[in-house]
Design a protein around this ligand. Structure first.
Ligand code: ZN
Length: 90
């Protein structure tokens, strides 16, 4: 799961979430997005990425559940904040 393109998509969707997160939005900054990127880059290949929203806004590492949407997109759902992140399929 650890690849740069995927990570870029995850961070991109984080910026989109920023608009709907209200009080958490101020925590989503270039610096915190960078910190999340650095953390993900340091993970081993078999370690899943944590939820970016929980990592940045709540300071916690939570798991993302991966599934495939009906249209072929990949969908990740955080088991803690229940936020969903979707990505175009290959
Ligand atoms: Zn979360």
């Amino acid at each position: 799961m650890a690849d740069a393109r995927f990570l870029a998509s995850l961070i991109e969707s984080l910026w989109e979430k920023r608009n709907s997160e209200g009080r958490l939005a101020s925590r989503i900054t270039d610096n915190s997005a960078q910190a999340f990127g650095n953390f993900c880059s340091s993970l081993k290949a078999h370690e899943p990425y944590p939820c970016p929203l929980c990592f940045i806004a709540r300071g916690r590492i939570s798991n993302l559940l991966c599934s495939n949407a009906a249209n072929g997109d990949k969908c990740l759902k955080c088991l803690v904040c229940l936020e969903q992140f979707s990505f175009p399929g290959d």
